[in-house]
Design a protein around this ligand. Structure first.
Ligand code: PMP
Length: 361
């Protein structure tokens, strides 16, 4: 630690590097990547952009990524002025915390949720209040309707839907109830996993100017390596994000990411087929784990959250790792007996089930 570090930096816990190990032949079921490659159209678009000699890489990309904004706008029947794009949804979220959630009042989010929200609160000086999940690990919308913060005000609300790492989905009418009950603050719905069984809240952005929906191409579009995410909401919300972006990183997306992302969004058939395959594998894996004695939470995501009543989750994770299978374990109150397991290929999930059967004896 250096004496030059600010308090914010001193308080930061870096993202566990062990989650992206540099070991070959691992069965990697820990960071919710998609088991199938992206659409072949993505590869073709990137190759076309590169050309024979890569000459176009000399030139800066379009800072507004208009091609991509238009593709998102067409896909969700909104206008390009309602779309913001960034280098992965983590970067989009960073802009949201800076531009839309930093106020004099605390923001609300669930106590078990995406681990970056508290990190961004620390980085950008956003005060927060966390709300415990219900006994069944669901989010109760009533907890976000009329809950006063300090001085009776709240600075915003953010939650993933489906939630991470639980995988539990909130119905769209419950999302709408929260948005409607909070007309004076921004409600951010992080839909990183919505394509695996939920309905997107994007159509509601046409009705409510305080709703911002965030998507990523890392999960359902198999493009975690390309780093593309976007937000959809009222043009005034998007303008706030653009202002921060233009003072921070005017060129968030490179040329290859822009054309690749457009091709992925335009290949609806590939997208639907691959998501349906993941959903089918999730059903099978949930049944297989239940047969091994696990309690599996209902999941609408490309991962499942499960615990074994008799076995320690950290021990199970360690034993799986010895068999070259990595899953995610969180050393956090209330969920430290759970494993979060990404839905891999059928073969990966079979190897996981075989490994667990062996470990459980
Ligand atoms: N939101 C949630 C809920 C996530 O789980 C993740 C992935 N870790 C992200 C956002 C960020 O995804 P990306 O930056 O790859 O778009």
């Amino acid at each position: 630690m250096s004496r030059f570090w600010s308090q914010v930096v001193r308080d930061l816990t870096p993202y566990v590097p062990g989650e992206q190990p540099k070991i070959a032949n691992l069965i990697k079921l820990n960071t919710n990547e998609h088991p199938f490659p992206p659409s072949p159209a993505v590869v073709a678009a990137i190759q076309a952009e590169l050309g024979d000699d890569g000459a176009r890489l000399r030139l800066y990309p379009d800072p507004n990524a208009d091609l991509l904004k238009n593709a998102v706008a067409r896909r969700y029947a909104v206008t390009a002025a309602e779309v913001f794009v960034g280098n992965g949804s983590d970067e989009v979220l960073a802009h949201v915390f800076m531009a839309l959630l930093k106020h004099d009042a605390p923001i609300l989010f669930p106590d078990i949720t995406y681990s970056f929200y508290p990190v961004y609160c620390g980085l950008y000086g956003v005060d927060s209040i966390t709300i415990p999940l219900a006994a069944d690990f669901s989010i109760d919308p009533a907890d976000y309707c009329g809950q006063p913060g300090k001085n009776g005000k709240i600075g915003g609300i953010i939650f993933p839907n489906p939630n991470a790492p639980t995988g539990r989905l909130m119905a769209l009418d419950a999302v709408e109830q929260i948005v409607r009950a909070n007309p004076d603050c921004v409600v951010v719905v992080d839909e990183a996993y919505v394509d695996f069984g939920g309905d997107t809240a994007i159509p509601l952005t046409q009705k409510y100017d305080n709703l911002l929906v965030i998507h990523t191409l890392s999960k359902s579009r198999s493009l975690a390596g390309l780093r593309v995410g976007y937000a959809v909401g009222h043009p005034a919300l998007i303008e706030a994000l653009e202002r921060v972006k233009n003072s921070f990183n005017s060129y968030p997306l490179d040329r290859l990411a822009i054309v690749g992302a457009v091709a992925a969004i335009e290949d609806e058939t590939h997208f639907q087929t691959c998501c349906q395959a993941v959903i089918a594998t999730r059903t099978q894996l949930s049944a297989d784990l239940a047969a091994l004695g696990f309690e599996v939470l209902p999941s609408a995501a490309n991962f499942i959250f499960a615990r074994h009543p008799q076995r320690d989750a950290a021990e199970l994770a360690r034993a799986l790792r010895e068999r070259s299978i990595i899953v995610r374990h969180f050393k956090l109150p209330r969920i430290d007996q759970f494993l979060r397991i990404t839905i891999g290929s059928d073969a990966d999930c079979q190897a996981l089930t075989d490994g667990l059967r062996d470990i459980l004896g």
